[in-house]
Design a protein around this ligand. Structure first.
Ligand SMILES: Nc1ncnc2c1ncn2[C@@H]1O[C@H](COP(=O)(O)OP(=O)(O)OP(=O)(O)O)[C@@H](O)[C@H]1O
Ligand SMILES: [Mg+2]
Length: 341
C-alpha cells in the first residue's frame, strides 16, 4: 500500500556527522553521528511531528533540511508547488543557489530572545529578509510587516518597538511573523512553544494551525511534548540516535505503538483518563553516545525485549499496516502480529 499524496520533501539516506577534532593539529579523531541514515517523505500540507529524547538529532535534522548545516551524505529533494519548479536535490546546491530555496523553507526556534536582535526594532529585524528578496520600497516593507503582525494577532504599530518590550508569547509570534515574511511553503518549528507557559502555548499553537490553513503551509513540528503532538500532528516520526525508529499516522501511533522505545516514550505522558494505557515504562540509562552507537539495533541495550539478533543486525525501517494505514517500524521483534504491507 503506497500513499499517493503530493510530496514536498524527500529525504534519502540522509546523514549529518560532526567531526571530532583533537590536539594541536586538530586531527579528526571521530564523528558524532547526529543524523544517521534517514529516509522520509514529507507531504504538502501535513504537520509531521518529530519526537525523541534530548540529543537524538531532531534539531540537526531540522537544520540539515534547511541546509543551515550541510549534510554529510544523502539527498533532500524539494518538489515545487504543482510540479512547476521541478524537483531539486538541495544538498547539491551552492550557498548562492540555495538562497531561492531558503525562501520556501523557514525555521522558528524555541528561544524567542536569541532569535531577535535586541539592538533593532521589530521593523529592523523583519525587514532584512524582505530586502533580501527584493522589496525595495520602505513604505511597502512597512505595509507588509504591519500585515504580518496583524496576521499573528499583534498590533501594526508594535513594529517600532524593541524586543525587550514584549512578553515571551509575543516574541514567539514575532518569530513566526518573520518566518512568514518570505511566504514559505514549509516551516520547521523547533520546540517553538516549549518555553511558553501552558495557556500561551495553546494560543500560539492555535495561531500556527490557523496560519497553516490560510496559507497552505507544511510544518515539521519538533517537540519533547508528546501531549501536544497528539492534537496537532497528522503523522509522527519517532527518532532514536539519529534514526527514525517508528513513523505512523498520529492516531495509529498512539493506538498501536509497535516499537519498544515508542511504547516507553508514550507511556510517560501524564494523563487524567484512567481508561488509557497508563502503565509507565521507565527507560533504564541514558541515550548512548552518537559517537560510538551500539551495534545492531541502537536501542537494544535499553530494550526490555532484546534478543540475540538485536545486538548484531540493524533492523530496517519496514512498512506494515495498522488500522488500514501505512505504519513504518524498525524492530526485529515486530512481526506476525501486524499485517505486512
Ligand atoms: N555543532 C555540533 N558539533 C558537534 N556535535 C553536535 C553539534 N550539534 C549537535 N551535536 C550533537 O549531535 C547530537 C544531536 O544533537 P541535536 O541538537 O540535534 O539533538 P536534539 O534531538 O535536538 O536534542 P534536544 O531535544 O536536546 O534539543 C547530540 O549528541 C549533540 O551533542
Ligand atoms: Mg533540539
Amino acid at each position: 500500500m503506497t500513499e499517493s499524496r503530493d510530496v514536498i520533501l524527500q529525504l534519502r539516506d540522509l546523514k549529518t556527522y560532526f567531526a571530532l577534532r583533537q590536539g594541536v593539529f586538530q586531527r579528526v579523531t571521530g564523528f558524532v553521528k547526529a543524523v544517521d541514515g534517514i529516509n522520509l517523505d514529507i507531504y504538502r500540507g501535513e504537520v509531521l511531528g518529530l519526537v525523541g529524547e534530548s540529543g537524538c538529532g531532531k534539531t540537526t535534522l531540522g537544520k540539515s533540511i534547511l541546509q543551515l548545516i550541510r549534510p554529510t551524505a544523502g539527498e533532500i529533494t524539494y518538489h515545487g508547488a504543482d510540479g512547476t519548479d521541478g524537483a531539486v536535490d538541495m544538498c547539491c546546491l551552492s550557498d548562492a543557489e540555495m538562497v531561492a530555496y531558503r525562501k520556501k523553507l523557514q525555521i522558528v526556534f524555541q528561544d524567542p530572545h536569541s532569535s531577535l536582535n535586541p539592538a533593532f526594532t521589530i521593523f529592523g529585524s523583519l525587514q532584512d529578509p524582505l530586502k533580501k528578496y527584493g522589496v525595495k520600497s520602505k513604505k511597502e516593507r512597512r505595509k507588509i510587516i504591519g500585515d504580518l503582525l496583524e496576521a499573528v494577532n499583534l498590533q501594526r504599530d508594535y513594529m517600532d518597538r524593541y524586543p525587550h518590550e514584549f512578553s515571551g508569547g509575543q516574541r514567539q509570534r514575532i518569530g513566526i511573523a518573520r518566518a512568514l515574511s518570505v511566504e514559505p511553503e514549509l516551516i520547521v518549528c523547533d520546540e517553538a512553544v516549549s518555553a511558553l507557559d501552558v495557556s500561551i502555548q495553546a494560543q500560539v499553537l492555535q495561531l500556527l494551525m490557523d496560519l497553516k490553513k490560510k496559507r497552505n503551509l507544511t510544518y515539521i513540528f519538533i517537540t519533547h511534548d508528546l501531549s501536544v503532538t497528539e492534537y496537532i500532528c497528522d503523522r509522527i516520526a519517532v527518532m532514536y540516535l539519529g534514526r527514525i525508529v517508528e513513523l505512523a499516522h498520529t492516531e495509529d501511533l498512539y493506538e498501536h505503538r509497535l516499537h519498544p522505545y515508542t511504547q516507553a516514550l508514550l507511556s510517560s505522558i501524564p494523563v487524567a483518563d484512567l481508561d488509557r494505557k497508563t502503565k509507565r515504562i521507565v527507560l533504564e540509562g541514558d541515550v548512548p553516545s552518537p559517537i560510538n552507537p551500539p551495534s545492531g539495533c541502537p536501542f537494544h541495550p535499553r530494550c526490555r525485549f532484546a534478543k540475540d539478533i538485536c545486538s548484531t543486525e540493524v533492523p530496517a525501517l519496514r512498512k506494515v499496516v495498522t488500522g488500514g494505514k501505512e505504519h513504518h517500524v524498525s524492530c526485529h521483534l515486530v512481526d506476525d502480529t501486524v499485517t505486512a504491507a
